[in-house]
Design a protein around this ligand. Structure first.
Ligand code: NAP
Length: 490
């Protein structure tokens, strides 16, 4: 059967972050232009549009944290800052003329599958609707800020904001400031604001393992060399990727000897950064290396040696109108509170009602936790593909390695559905179940279940966020769309 005319095969991409933009570029490269991107914000970029706090940067080297099919020789440093990553995304969006495909400030609020036509009807927040033969959900997981449930938070009368919604109109210079949380965002914010505020209280509930960052600025000469000899850029990318894979088992395996290696390196870093033994004791984690996300920083721990920075380890009792009271009765007045408490994981439930075959909702399919085949396809929800879906997050390398494999898989599916004139493809329940049984079996050998509390785990202790293994392994399994795994309906 011949492929239908392009306009008869509309594709919807939800979200214009790294995954959505990468998918759109690969579709265009494949000669497929009948796609529309729905973006709820007014600009592309996702994480890198939203996280603009001082020091915001990616903790994966930029030569690896960029699309392999859109590499840039011009990264200014090893770990680019948020603004530079956002500029990269803007530049590739414009280069590939993606704006004409994007419907900004249009949030998808509902999706419903019609079995007879093999198409999805998407409803937007503005009340419009769109029919798509294939939906690629690229909405991301770490998107919506999580606010802590602390007594009196709303009674605070000073300035209050979340790291992912930084208030750039508020000048922190000369202010007394509190930061709540000590995760990947806080570790970047704290050293960067410590220099300008009058006083900084950092409220730590759980200390984190921190390793040196070893950032460096790339010289103009080096960038010219990469431009002239792109093979060097590829080599730099693959070197960084393979190094992270090599170190992977130290980060993700539940293996005391390997964890000790990581802990030794981190403790040496702590000793080098902090002289005060009491302070060191408070900053030293008491859980296994890798159980929570490992943080990288060359100046976070050293910030606590500054006379204007106090590490508060006593739990918060209550927030009052002018400051924070801890359980030991100490009240610390502040002008501003910065909440660095992370995100509500998008995988905890569907982002909006999604109804598949037989009227079944995805919330129903996921009542025991979010599951998908290779993180992308959910049985009963045909022609719907999730990027950065369940169990596709890495603890040790660039998430984009996973994303690119998913894009290749989705492209394979689209070519098959469109090329063969199929009505829909629906992953077989038995295939999905087998995949997830094996995955959860391997999960038992991972360090994330060794007793710490993190966003990796669902409230019931199960893990539906990370991939238990090497990225290379996932790529080999996921990048090809295997027809036999799917029920094919013509
Ligand atoms: P996070 O890792 O979830 O850290 C949240 C912090 O807030 C933790 O220290 C947590 O303490 C604390 N917290 C939460 N609720 C609290 C409460 N009620 N009272 C006191 N403390 C509370 O969030 P994040 O730092 O924003 O990072 C989230 C994820 O985003 C990262 O793991 C990473 O994947 C991504 N990220 C990446 C980069 C990058 O460079 N690539 C940068 C930033 C973020 P507990 O540990 O005790 O729960």
């Amino acid at each position: 059967m011949n492929a239908p005319p392009e306009n008869d095969f509309p594709i919807a991409i939800i979200g214009a972050g790294f995954a959505g933009i990468g998918t759109a570029i690969q579709l265009k490269k494949a000669g497929i232009h009948s796609f529309t991107i729905f973006e709820r914000a007014a600009e592309v970029g996702g994480t890198w549009r939203d996280n603009t706090y001082p020091g915001a940067a990616c903790d994966v080297p930029s030569h690896a944290y960029s699309l392999s099919f859109e590499q840039s020789p011009n990264w200014s440093r090893r770990f680019a800052e948020s603004g530079e990553i956002q500029d990269y995304l803007l530049s590739i969006t414009d280069k590939w003329k993606l704006r004409e495909h994007i419907r900004f400030e249009e949030e998808i609020v509902e999706a419903r599958f019609d079995e007879d036509s093999g198409s999805w009807t998407l409803t937007t927040g503005k009340g419009g609707s769109f029919t798509a033969r294939v939906v690629v959900a690229c909405a991301g997981g770490l998107v919506n800020p999580a606010w802590p449930d602390i007594k009196g938070l709303q009674s605070f009368t000073g300035e209050l904001f979340h790291t992912a919604r930084w208030n750039h109109d508020y000048d922190l210079a000369g202010r007394r400031v509190a930061v709540i949380g000590t995760g990947a965002s806080a570790v970047q914010v704290v050293p960067n604001i410590a220099r300008e505020v009058e006083h900084l209280d950092v409220y730590q509930r759980t200390p984190a393992w921190v390793v040196p960052k070893r950032d460096k600025v790339y010289s103009e000469r080096f960038k010219r060399l990469l431009t002239r000899f792109p093979i060097l850029l590829h080599a730099s990318r693959y070197l960084k990727y393979w190094l992270s894979e090599l170190m992977g088992p130290v980060v993700f395996l539940d293996n005391e000897r390997l964890s000790k290696l990581g802990e030794k390196g981190s403790l040496a870093h702590l000793e080098a950064q902090v002289q005060d033994p009491e302070l060191r004791k408070k900053l030293k984690p008491d859980f296994q290396f890798g159980c929570k996300r490992i943080l990288i920083s060359d100046d976070y721990w050293a910030s606590f040696e500054r006379p204007n920075v106090e590490l508060v380890t006593d739990p918060i009792e209550e927030i009052k109108s002018t400051g924070i009271q801890s359980k030991d009765g100490t009240f610390r007045p502040v002008d501003a509170i910065i909440v660095a408490t992370g995100f509500d994981l998008g995988l905890a439930s569907a982002p909006f009602p999604i109804t598949g075959l037989g009227g079944r909702t995805i919330d129903d399919a996921w009542k025991e936790g979010a599951v998908a085949y290779k993180g992308m396809s959910v049985s009963g929800f045909p022609n719907w593909f999730i990027l950065m879906g369940p169990n596709t997050g890495p603890g040790h390398t660039s998430v984009l390695v996973f994303t690119e494999a998913q894009i290749a898989h989705v492209l394979g599916a689209i070519k098959k559905i469109r090329g063969k004139g199929l009505r829909y493809v629906n992953v077989r329940q038995a295939v999905q179940d087998r995949y997830n049984e094996k995955l959860q079996d391997r999960m038992k050998h991972m360090v994330w279940h060794t007793g710490c509390n993190s966003w990796y785990l669902s409230p019931d202790g199960s893990n539906h966020s990370l991939y238990p293994g090497f990225a290379a392994e996932y790529v080999l399994r996921a990048r090809r769309f295997r027809t036999r795994d799917y029920e094919i309906v013509r």
